[in-house]
Ligand binder design. Structure first.
Ligand code: N01
Length: 567
């Protein structure tokens, strides 16, 4: 057990944590990254199940901060698979010499703000403490798997896997009877892969998803030249766009064009293969149910064609919710898989899953004997990971226990700009609730946040702030704006992880800011230009340890670097 002092602690060595470390080092900060995994990569380290692939195109789903990096890296497919994305993150770690700043297998469990010392103490499972005045939580939005509360789950004697904690050595489906529970983005990717070699695959579907064919393909030399020749401009326009990934403007209502024009537009994007583009084919698909219905009708017909069998199609065509208010998926051969002799759809709406037994699964209608069960049951998303840690902010009054982030977010997932939380000074969240996060290209959303956070840290160092915290008013105003925007969309009625509806007891609220990446970027810039009016600041000297006791900028690194006070 030890106590380690730094100027900045970053939790999570995924895309956000690695970039935060790069930025911190460029600012001359002594920073450390704490990572529970045994390697870097975050979401792309854990989600290594067969078929794992991104649904944002690889040219977009990558760092833009360094022109040399984006010129030298060669993406081989339109949609990169998990191994390629992980290899890219390893390349980034090597290229910027990040590994010595990352403590692997360091499982953070708590973070406590000390109002006297004006610093955070981050506690790990091993009993170590990392102390720093600034704390960045880059813990990911899909990083806490939701393990379903199915009776008998511990009794199963066969192989049981969770997609978000897949064995590094891989899993052999060959000849086995495999049930995949869940048909969201993950299940839709695993089912066709398992069906290639399994004896039988049972696709256990409770809620069907909308999915489009990815039309994934190798990238050609011409693709590389086209994108790399224009990368700076592509990135600039992506930042000003709604979804942060492509820049076409869709300024027509689905209801103002003829049925033929509409069909032609849907067909054009469908044949290209991009869920983001499809969901923005017209400007009212997520705000007007009638407009949305035109997109649903188009996709429903395509799903039925792909499945073939009308009885199965009737079960896998979604109904009862608007397209894109649950994640609009992409797939490679998912619906066609139901044409295979060795694939059985189990519709859990007709025969609810009652229990997992020692030998398989019992539904309301039958016993299914199994060798393997795969849980593709999703995540306690966006706020889940931080709610599970014991994070204590400022005490309401002296002598009292610090405010609990879990308790605060159990009421409502409030934040200021999705980045800071009132009551939690000097704590920064990468892609927190109330920011574009998963409704955008995550790489860009993460860059946007890390840059705002590091600029803010730099600004407060320059001003001599010891403590910065969003005011209650600024937080409330942002929360009201996020809600006003989502109330104008069909997302407010979504029953998916987008609104926390997939986790019992979680407050229902749209967890993303739906105003668009570009307008959100403008809002961040405005805040910076105005000198961060949403923040309350406390300079060194007025409270807490005196500035000179904490080291001047010149020798700060030496003073705070790993003092390693070993207990
Ligand atoms: O999780 P999900 P996911 N009994 O929540 C079912 C990203 N992602 O891991 O909806 C039976 O979407 C549940 O049914 P229901 C992407 O952002 C991206 O698939 O609760 N079923 C649902 O069908 C995505 O949105 C990529 O009725 C149960 C499924 O499990 C996000 O991750 C790839 C159940 C969970 O679907 C999450 O996707 C993979 C139970 N007790 C993931 N509990 C790409 O980039 C849950 N389910 C392509």
């Amino acid at each position: 057990m030890g106590i380690f002092r730094h100027e900045l602690v970053i939790v999570g060595a995924g895309v956000g944590g690695l970039y935060a470390l790069i930025r911190a080092r460029r600012q001359g900060l002594d920073a450390v990254v704490l990572e529970r995994g045994s390697d870097i990569g975050g979401t792309w380290y854990w989600n290594r199940y067969p078929g794992a692939r991104c649904d944002v195109e690889s040219f977009d789903y990558s760092f833009s901060f360094d022109e040399e990096l984006q010129q030298e890296w060669v993406w081989t497919e339109k949609y990169a698979g998990q191994p390629e994305i992980l290899a890219y993150l390893h390349h980034v770690a090597e290229r910027y010499g990040l590994r010595d700043g990352v403590r692997l297998q360091t499982n953070v469990q708590s973070a406590r703000w000390d109002e006297d010392a004006l610093e955070w103490t981050v506690g790990t499972e091993d009993g170590d403490e990392y102390v720093a005045p600034m704390l960045i939580m880059a813990t990911g939005v899909l990083s806490t798997p939701k393990i379903p509360d199915i009776p008998g789950i511990d009794d199963f004697r066969g192989e049981l896997y969770n997609s978000a904690n897949w064995p590094a050595e891989g899993v052999d489906f060959a000849g086995k009877r495999v049930a995949v529970i869940g048909t969201g983005s993950t299940g839709i990717q695993i089912i066709p892969e398992a069906a290639k070699t399994a004896g039988r695959v049972y696709a256990m579907q409770r809620t069907p998803s909308y999915s489009l064919p990815a039309h994934n393909r190798p990238l050609t030399e011409a693709d590389q030249q086209r994108v790399k020749g224009a990368y700076p401009d592509i990135r600039k326009r992506a930042r000003a766009s709604m979804l942060g990934a492509f820049t076409d403007t869709f300024d027509r209502s689905a209801l103002e064009v003829t049925a033929e024009e509409r069909e032609a537009e849907y067909r054009r994007i469908y044949d290209y293969g991009s869920p983001m583009r499809f969901a923005s084919a017209f400007n009212d698909l997520i705000t007007d149910d009638e407009a949305n219905r035109t997109a649903r009708d188009f996709v429903d017909a395509r799903i039925a064609e792909r499945v073939g069998d009308p009885e199965i199609a009737a079960r896998v065509v979604p109904n009862g919710y608007a397209l894109a208010t649950r994640r609009l998926c992409i797939d490679t051969g998912y619906y066609e898989t139901y044409r295979r002799e060795n694939v059985t759809l189990v519709d859990l709406r007709e025969e609810p899953l009652e229990a997992i037994t020692e030998t398989g699964i019992r539904t309301a209608k039958r016993e299914i004997e199994l060798d393997m069960i795969v849980l593709a049951t999703g995540f306690d998303a966006v706020t889940g990971t931080l709610r599970r840690l014991d994070i204590r902010g400022a005490a309401p009054s002296p002598g009292e226990e610090g405010l609990s982030l879990r308790e605060k977010w159990d009421l409502s997932p409030d934040s200021w700009l999705g980045i800071m939380v009132h009551g939690f000074p000097n704590l920064f969240v990468v892609t927190g609730p109330g920011s574009p996060s998963v409704s955008a290209n995550m790489f860009l959303a993460i860059e946007q946040h890390v840059e705002f956070i590091s600029d803010l840290i730099e600004d407060s160092r320059r001003r001599g702030d010891a403590r910065i915290e969003p005011s209650a008013e600024a937080e409330a105003a942002w929360v009201a704006h996020v809600r006003e925007v989502s109330d104008g969309t069909l997302f407010k009625d979504a029953t998916s992880w987008y609104t926390g509806a997939n986790v019992a007891g979680k407050p229902r609220a749209v967890l993303q800011y739906l105003g668009g990446v570009g307008p959100y970027d403008d809002r961040l810039r405005e805040e910076e230009r105005a000198g961060y009016p949403g923040l309350e600041r406390t300079p060194w000297g007025s409270r807490g340890p005196r500035a000179e006791d904490r080291g001047s900028e010149d020798h700060r690194n030496d003073k705070h670097r790993n003092e390693g006070v070993h207990a």
